[in-house]
Design a protein around this ligand. Structure first.
Ligand code: ADP
Ligand code: ZN
Length: 719
């Protein structure tokens, strides 16, 4: 077992080299297990911090850690990042010139390297394996291990032989890592890599900092533009189904002054590389892409992912949305959902020859549709699909933030069924709605449908609402659409039951994207953040690297809430500022921070009306203190939850404890309509129970929010 001394050493490396205070969930156990010489199979979502799990043991154990990684560009990024932290790392792949290769192998043999990243096809050559006989290897890590499985989403034939490693080096601990959430693929990976007996470390696949939004597709361009308004100057990816749509969207965005570029498989390799590079360097902000884009792009500060069209399965939706927010900062995933897309995909599936495969695809599509149609928490449906149960609703998806109103649609539904029944023939949704609304267009007259009893029977309901009702009825299986007859509506058996008086509850139609944003955010100094970003860009340009790779967005955010004069020791507390980076860039940032402090000090008088808090409870424990330090650095509730691997509820509970310990959580900024709330609480009936008081408030609060407000009032001495 790893001794306390060893454990402390691991923590010290985390802080001194990487600049982080605490391990993320599972990292520490995984590291200890490798230090003990045991194999590990790590299943952790994107952004969970997998790299640290093999980097720290490679640095600590005698010998060199060999990291197998699928993509040349990613290897280079990782090695550059490590070097910037002062770690001896190198990569060995086909991009190197002869002389460089030789130099790296010499250093490897001399035992100078802590980590060597190797492409799989190089690793398994006779010559390389021969060398390994005389060199001390500390561990072998197989990154992106799903590449070994044909079931996965990125099979790579070069990975297949990696299973041999277990036999070639039986005494070297091996670790495989993947972000694959799908059970079937996981088993396959373990088998192929001969890691069935390895200890498994499975963390939750929830990505709490990603807010899931699914909106009915109406006018996609307008919807996308509206959405982008809230993410000005942020990086994001928009996925479209076809090359044509990709190109159209990119041009449209450019016309609206957005720095967007198209990316799809039909473009020449060179232009694709350039687009990708521009994106990494923040020269292009929005990439419009077919699914070809993503693998090989590890940009941690992607703030949003939009699905303009329906993804083909929940797995792909999860993978693609997962490219947002790897750094743990608040991010959004928006999907535009239209029944036209569903039909399109259905049609594609009908062309699949193999019956078994077709069945699988239909199932996948149906699950995707069910997610989009769900009236319950999106995250619950998503994680449920991967077999993970969620205790509470997430409070960070469109459904939780703004629960859909439902209504009894029984009468309207049966009217719709009657209409479909009486028009007889091949008519689609649009036509049926026209009949219901009493339109007298040529086609209706031609079929004499203006003489039907149902003609105009639904004219009190507008067209959009009718479309929404029809769409929901289709998805609930009352109607099917005959794809071979231009999506003509057909009644199902369920529809007949409906005519017998069954109750149907549907969601009320709401135009626009639902996103009452409750950002829980601390006021960040936006001006300062801009200045810091500008400095980072300048430094990155000088070194010709991507800005995020110098100093992360997390670090910049944390710096932007520093107030007053700062020194290098203040910067040492910033997340990700290890010793090496502090030496390189510390001074430059301190300079900008202090110049800003000078200019703003003259503008505002400080410390004016901050109320003094009185301690009403015990001093905070370790995890509460950790929450406090993240809060002080400007992180939101969502971010803190993601960073600590706890629920938002727990974070709120920490806040409550912190306030009770007289620590200054700025509650007025966390709660919407705070002033109004305070007034109502002042006037509340002193004899009413808390439940009654809460129920009568005009502002809706969660239990935690309510307790937070009460703790605040207690601490400032009202009530
Ligand atoms: P993954 O490979 O699982 O997608 P990474 O290893 O790239 O994730 O880590 C994601 C981000 O989290 C990186 O910016 C990394 O530096 C950061 N990170 C990793 N471990 C920690 C930690 N213990 N504390 C703070 N940040 C961390
Ligand atoms: Zn939710």
């Amino acid at each position: 077992m790893a001794t306390k001394k060893v454990k402390d050493h691991a923590k010290k490396i985390l802080k001194d080299i990487f600049g982080y205070d605490v391990f993320r969930p599972m990292q520490e156990e995984i590291i200890h297990s490798l230090l003990d010489g045991k194999d590990a199979f790590v299943l952790m979502p994107t952004g969970g911090g997998k790299s640290m799990c093999y980097q720290i043991p490679s640095i600590m154990r005698e010998g060199t850690g060999i990291i197998v990684s699928p993509l040349i560009s990613l290897m280079k990024d990782q090695v550059d990042a490590l070097k910037r932290c002062g770690v001896n790392a190198a990569y060995y792949n086909s991009s190197l010139k002869m002389a460089e290769s030789k130099d790296i192998l010499d250093r490897f043999e001399a035992g100078e390297l802590d980590l060597l990243y190797v492409a799989p096809e190089r690793l398994l050559t006779k010559a390389f394996l021969k060398r390994l006989e005389t060199i001390k290897v500390s561990l072998i890590a197989v990154d992106e291990a799903h590449c070994v499985s044909q079931w996965g989403h990125d099979f790579r034939p070069e990975y297949v032989r990696l299973g041999e490693l277990r036999d070639i080096m039986p005494d070297v601990p091996m670790i495989a890592l993947t972000a694959t959430a799908d059970e079937h693929t996981r088993e396959d990976i373990a088998e192929r890599l001969k890691l069935t007996k390895a200890k498994r470390f499975i963390s939750s696949f929830d990505r709490p900092n990603i807010r899931y939004l699914i909106a009915e597709k109406r006018q996609p361009l307008t919807q996308v533009l509206q959405f982008l308004e809230d993410w000005k100057d942020s990086s994001g990816i928009i996925y479209c189904l076809s090359r044509k749509r990709v190109e159209d969207m990119a041009v449209n965005l450019q016309r609206h002054g957005i720095r967007a570029a198209a990316y799809h498989a039909g473009m020449p390799g060179r232009s694709r590389d350039r687009v990708q590079d521009d994106f990494l360097r923040d020269r292009v902000k929005v990439i419009v892409a077919t699914i070809a884009f993503g693998m090989g792009v590890d940009k941690p500060n992607v703030r949003f992912v939009i699905h303009h069209d329906l993804p083909k399965s929940i797995e792909s939706y999860y993978q693609e949305t997962g490219r947002a927010g790897r750094d743990g900062l608040e991010s959004e995933a928006l999907m535009l959902y239209g029944s036209g897309d569903v039909n399109l995909v259905r049609r594609l599936i009908e062309n699949v020859e193999n019956i078994e495969q077709r069945r699988v695809e239909v199932h996948k599509l149906n699950s995707m549709v069910a997610l989009a149609e769900a009236l319950t928490c999106r995250r619950r449906v998503l994680l449920g699909y991967f077999g993970e149960n969620m205790e509470d609703a997430c409070d960070n998806c469109d459904i939780c933030l703004d629960p859909p109103e439902t209504f009894d649609a029984s009468e309207l539904a049966s009217l719709a069924v009657k209409t479909v029944k009486s028009v007889k023939g091949d008519f689609g949704v649009g036509y049926v709605v026209d009949v219901l609304r009493g339109s007298k267009n040529a086609r209706i007259k031609e079929h004499h449908h203006d003489r039907l009893k149902v003609h105009g029977a639904g004219k009190d309901i507008n067209g959009d609402e009718w479309l929404s009702i029809m769409r929901q009825l289709i998805h609930r299986g009352y109607f099917s659409q005959d794809i071979s007859k231009r999506a003509a509506l057909r009644m199902t058996k369920k529809a007949t039951d409906l005519l017998k008086g069954e109750t149907v509850i549907l969601a009320k139609y709401k135009p626009g994207i639902k996103r009452k944003l409750r950002r829980f955010s601390q006021a960040r100094d936006a001006v300062l953040l801009k200045k810091l970003e500008a400095l980072r860009e300048k430094l990155a340009d000088k070194e010709d690297v991507a800005p995020y790779s110098l100093v992360s967005d997390v670090a910049l955010t944390e710096m932007s809430v520093l107030t007053g004069k700062v020194g290098l020791d203040d910067l040492a507390l910033i997340s990700g500022m290890g010793k090496h980076k502090l030496d390189e860039y510390g001074e430059a940032f301190v300079e900008v921070l202090n110049a800003h402090a000078d200019s703003s000090a003259s503008q505002k008088q400080q410390g004016s009306n901050i109320p003094k808090l009185m301690a009403k409870g015990p001093a905070p424990n370790d995890s509460q203190s950790h929450t406090w330090s993240l809060y002080k650095r400007g992180h939101t509730v969502v971010e803190i939850a993601a960073m600590e691997g706890i629920s938002e509820k727990t974070v709120m509970n920490h806040f409550i404890a912190l306030i009770r310990a007289a620590m200054h959580i700025e509650v007025p900024k966390l709660i919407e309509d705070f002033e109004q709330l305070m007034l109502e609480l002042d006037e509340a009936d002193p004899y009413a129970s808390l439940t009654e008081i809460k129920r009568d408030l005009s502002v809706q609060l969660t239990n935690e929010e309510f307790r937070l407000v009460l703790a605040w009032r207690e601490a400032i001495g009202v009530n």
